[in-house]
Design a protein around this ligand. Sequence first.
Ligand code: SF4
Length: 475
Amino acid sequence: MFVTDIRQLKYQEALHDHCGVFGIYAPGEDVAKITYFALHSLQHRGQESAGIAVSDGRKLRSIRNLGLVTSVFHEDNLNKLKGFVAIGHNRYSTAGGNVHQNVQPFILSTKYKVFALAHNGNIVNANELAKKLTNIHRTTTSDTEVLTYTIYKAKREKWKDKIINAASTLKGAYSIVACSKKRLYAFRDPWGFRPLVIGRLGSYYVVSSETCALETIGASYVRDVTPGEIIEVDRNGLTTLGQIAKPNLKFCLFEYVYLARPDSVLNGELVHNVRRNSGKILAQESPVKADLVAAVPDSGTSAALGYASTSGIPFGEVLIKNRYIGRTFIQPEQHIRELGVKIKFNPMEKIVNGKNIVIVDDSIVRGTTMKKIVEILKKSGAKKIHIRVCSPPIRWPCFFGVDTPERKQLIASEKSVEEIRKFIVADSLKYLSLSGLIKASRQSDSSLCSACFTGKYPINVNYNFKKNIFEKEAT
Ligand code: SF4
């Protein structure tokens, strides 16, 4: 967190999401179960709560709870969600924000209006928007509620007109799915920070954070929701309702590095290939003599394969991951995070003993995990450990939907690469260059956000790092 004031702290916690969203309009299909399987594929984008809202045209029902998709839903409760339009959400929150009332989709229910909305991103002017919501009794600390009421309060009667009117007041990163009783909506901020794709399931449409969910449910990829585009799906098919602002793509470079699943396609590139390319480029930029190239599983695997193929050093596994432990990056408490590393990876001593090993990972955030990994490998008899990181040092926090710790906890914000090497007690440490990462992504520099590496934010976030608060509405 970047905040000292407790009220601001709570609000900030709720603003920080990195989530998975899914929507479907398919009369005659079991939309709840299809959404369940899609959310299952998007589980990596949020592991703290899950929710599905379904409408049968008259009633909108929802199931939302804390926990993984498999623990929130079961045959019995999914069978109660009958209808033809559905949206779903996997949520990821920071400490204190992971409470039941913040679980999405957010449901707005008044005498005349019913609406469900699920959101991946971070509305940087949520504070300003919240102040304009007079006569609204807020029940959550989430910016999703602010977003939903901002749409509800917007001029005009129909939801599509309300969305068009409200969307231009939103600033920040958002990939949104929403549904009324009879229609599905999806829209994306003009910068397109977070992914959002359209798929086709038979004669119907679905919308998803990532393409991996399309494949799971047997849908085919149609196209991306273009940055700033607002779409509506109903019995007449898919319609583009409008454009929020001129598109100015600043896609999150970190999606390629870590956030997206390797089998998803982002902007035409398979994420696995991007990570593999980044490993190849890193091997050219920072070669080293070693017996074995290994990954920190699973996020470093694709890049380690690339590093091994270019360096000619054999690829092997040295760490076995307990796949039932959550990502350490998203554990909220430091002491849990440290414990998490010990129970997450088990080194194979018979392979490690006496070897010089290159360990490849996607990124280093706080350095705690990598320090523990080096420690357990050395205790297992490794001669030398060379760390290769397939992204540049993360020096700046994200304000666009990725939960990063406060700046001073980002190890690269305060330490040089050599100081980090000493901290993690590695024999060498090298990062991929920014130009190398951009080259690996095959995207143009101007179409990417790389602010957590460079500090150059595509939107003026007006964040006061000394006071740890948003000072005023972003421009
Ligand atoms: S600051 Fe980093 S994590 Fe955030 S959107 Fe930009 S590239 Fe992605």
